[in-house]
Design a protein around this ligand. Structure first.
Ligand SMILES: [Zn+2]
Ligand SMILES: [Zn+2]
Length: 331
């Protein structure tokens, strides 16, 4: 039993019309809270985008509940086994878009989107000559892991992509474009935008990096480093054949791929930092931040210790649920 992961993370999205996002969000939040889920779900008139964590039982109930709705019947869930919740709370929010693009000319991915490539097709395409591989994520995500040969976008948020494309790729409209992101959602509109801009051959990795990693045949091949995720894990391993570290410690330059947030609450800069330098610099990005009177290093360590204890209890409770289920099945 001890090798089992009692919790799961679900990653999913669907572009589909939702009439009243506010009402849907309120009901969905209520259901999630009652059923012990934690995470972040965004809903808009154009669809749903979410990551949630819970015990195996809770996440299975969630999948059942969501797909009971005909609009979400064919939602694809990417499932990661974990030891405990990866969120502190449950949020469900109604937004204008499920990914913030704010395009002048909005794209409906159910009408206009690039060709979806399976993990096997993607792996093959990556190795073709004369293709342009675009990392459809932000620069700090690229810095700890990306596909070999991918362009590093100079963007901090998705909204900045249109300008970046117009500045950097305008001469390559006839080239084969390959784009990818974490779970596939960002490429749905991004590839549609590129088609609108006149790019002829636009392709996207179906299910993103996460699904690519789970595919039994490709096993994350040709991906270097780790994949940044927007939950407490911060990053997850992808390439099951070859484990390389991409990125360097902000202080000592050693190969490293762990992100920390600067302990000076007025700075809070997310930076790559090795364990040694974390202690030495009290998890700060600079000497000024290390010496700052509001530095939270000791306080945060105390919170972390408490949280680890909480996680240990959470895992034990989760395993007990699994045990009880097994006993019930056997009975
Ligand atoms: Zn270091
Ligand atoms: Zn700082």
């Amino acid at each position: 039993m001890s090798t089992q992961h009692p919790y799961r993370v679900l990653l999913f999205y669907k572009y589909v019309h939702i009439d009243n996002p506010e009402e849907f969000a309120a009901q969905h939040l209520e259901w999630c809270k009652q059923n012990g889920l934690r995470g972040r779900v965004l809903v808009a008139k154009e669809g749903i985008n979410g990551t949630v964590s819970g015990t195996v039982e809770q996440t299975e109930a969630y999948q059942k509940e969501l797909t009971r709705d005909p609009r979400f019947a064919d939602v694809e869930f990417k499932i990661d086994p974990v030891d405990h919740h990866v969120f502190r709370k449950m949020f469900v929010r109604a937004r204008k878009e499920i990914v913030t693009w704010r395009l002048e000319d909005d794209v409906d991915p159910s009408q206009t989107t690039g060709r979806h490539l399976s993990p096997q097709e993607w792996r093959e395409a990556l190795q073709q000559e004369d293709v342009i591989i675009i990392d459809g994520r932000n620069d700090y995500e690229y810095d700890i892991g990306h596909f070999k040969g991918a362009l590093r976008p100079e963007v901090k948020t998705t909204k900045e992509f249109p300008d970046w494309v117009r500045k950097n790729l305008a001469e390559h409209k006839d080239k084969k474009i390959l784009m990818y992101c974490t779970g596939g959602i960002r490429c749905e509109k991004f590839s549609g935008f590129m088609l609108q801009e006149g790019f002829a051959d636009v392709n996207q990795l179906h299910g993103g990096i996460i699904k690519y990693s789970k595919d039994e045949e490709v096993q994350g091949d040709l991906f270097d480093g780790k994949c940044y995720v927007f939950d407490e894990r911060i990053s997850v391993p992808i390439n099951r054949r070859e484990d390389r570290v991409i990125g360097t410690c902000h202080h000592c330059g050693k190969a490293e791929d762990r992100y920390v947030n600067c302990a000076n609450p007025f700075c809070h800069l997310q930076h790559i930092c090795c364990e040694e330098c974390e202690t030495k610099f009290r998890r700060s990005c600079s000497d000024e931040c290390r010496e700052h009177p509001a530095n939270r290093y000791d306080l945060d360590n105390e919170i972390l210790r408490k949280r680890e204890e909480e996680y240990r209890l959470e895992k034990e409770a989760g395993l007990k649920v699994l045990d009880d289920q097994t006993t019930q099945h056997q009975a």
